[in-house]
Design a protein around this ligand. Structure first.
Ligand SMILES: [Zn+2]
Length: 117
């Protein structure tokens, strides 16, 4: 596994933790835990062959990483009851998107997100 892949995984843990510490102070451990659980969205990688490909952009490729569902994740951030789930999923998608943008450039990543690439 490359250094970039390890850094990507570390960011998937640290960024929700940082958001939890800053914005959900009294109960940040619960907030962080809920956001970490949303990493289960990567179970859709099990449908791909190979399951892990460091050069593949998840956004727009894996079924749970497509824009219609990302719109649903965004909506989940609105009701207080689902806010942490939506936030965790949106942070996950933003990190995956940034990974694609670093690999292939911002506009290629955007076209993959929109299904035009
Ligand atoms: Zn992902």
């Amino acid at each position: 596994m490359s250094l970039a892949a390890v850094l990507h995984l570390i960011l998937h843990v640290l960024v929700p933790g940082l958001v939890a510490r800053i914005f959900f102070r009294p109960d940040w451990r619960r907030a962080w835990t809920i956001m970490l659980i949303t990493m289960l969205v990567d179970l859709d990688h099990l449908l791909a062959t190979p399951i892990y490909d460091p050069d593949r952009c998840s956004i727009g490729f894996h079924p749970l990483h497509t824009w219609p569902l990302i719109a649903v994740y965004l909506c989940l951030t609105l009701p207080p009851r689902t806010r942490l789930i939506g936030l965790g999923l949106m942070l996950h998608m933003l990190l995956d998107f940034s990974d694609c943008a670093v690999q292939r450039g911002f506009f290629d990543a955007l076209s993959r997100l929109l299904g035009t690439g």
